[in-house]
Design a protein around this ligand. Structure first.
Ligand SMILES: Cc1cc2nc3c(=O)[nH]c(=O)nc-3n(C[C@H](O)[C@H](O)[C@H](O)COP(=O)(O)O)c2cc1C
Length: 137
C-alpha cells in the first residue's frame, strides 16, 4: 500500500470555536491512531483540508468526513500518491486565514472562494505546505 495526499474544500455550516474545537479534538485522537497527518485551514466560511496516510485509510476517513453535518458542498481537489508526508508529526494542524492575509496571496484565493457546482480548480501535492508557509511568515 502506498502513501497518498488528499485535499478538499468545503463550506462550514456553523462556524465557531466550539465547532472547530470539537472537530480538532476528534481528528487528532483518530488520526494519531490511524497514522493520518495533515492540516485544516479555515477562511471566511470555508474549510480546506489535507489528509495524508495509507491510501485505504485516507479513503475511509474521507468517506466519514464527507457525511459530517458540520460542513457541506465538499469538493475533492486532490488525491495523489506521494513519496513522503508534508505534515509528518502533525495529527492535524490548524490555521485560520484572515481575509487580509488572503488578499496578500491572491494565488491561493480560489481554494477558499470557490463555487462548488462549477469547481474546476485542482490542487497539486505540496500546495498546502506552501500556503501554510506563506500565511505564517
Ligand atoms: C472539516 C472537518 C474535518 C475533519 N477532519 C477529520 C480528520 O482529519 N480525522 C477524523 O478522524 N475526523 C475528522 N472529522 C470528523 C469526522 O467527520 C467524524 O466526526 C469523526 O471522525 C468521528 O469520530 P469520533 O466518533 O471518534 O469523534 C472532520 C470533520 C470536519 C467537519
Amino acid at each position: 500500500m502506498g502513501l497518498e495526499q488528499w485535499m478538499y474544500a468545503s463550506t462550514c455550516n456553523e462556524p465557531g470555536t466550539d465547532v472547530f474545537d470539537s472537530i480538532l479534538e476528534s481528528s487528532r485522537r483518530n488520526n494519531d491512531r490511524n497514522g493520518i497527518t495533515g492540516v485544516l485551514f479555515y477562511s471566511d466560511g470555508h474549510f480546506l483540508q489535507v489528509l495524508e496516510g495509507e491510501s485505504l485509510v485516507v479513503r475511509q476517513i474521507y468517506d466519514r468526513i464527507m457525511t459530517d453535518s458540520r460542513h457541506r458542498d465538499i469538493v475533492l481537489l486532490l488525491n495523489e500518491p506521494v513519496a513522503r508526508r508534508d505534515f509528518d508529526g502533525w495529527t492535524m494542524g490548524w490555521q485560520i486565514i484572515l481575509p487580509t492575509d488572503l488578499k496578500k496571496h491572491p494565488e491561493y484565493e480560489p481554494y477558499f472562494n470557490y463555487f462548488p457546482e462549477g469547481a474546476n480548480i485542482s490542487a497539486r501535492p505540496g500546495i498546502a505546505l506552501e500556503m501554510l508557509t506563506a500565511f505564517t511568515r
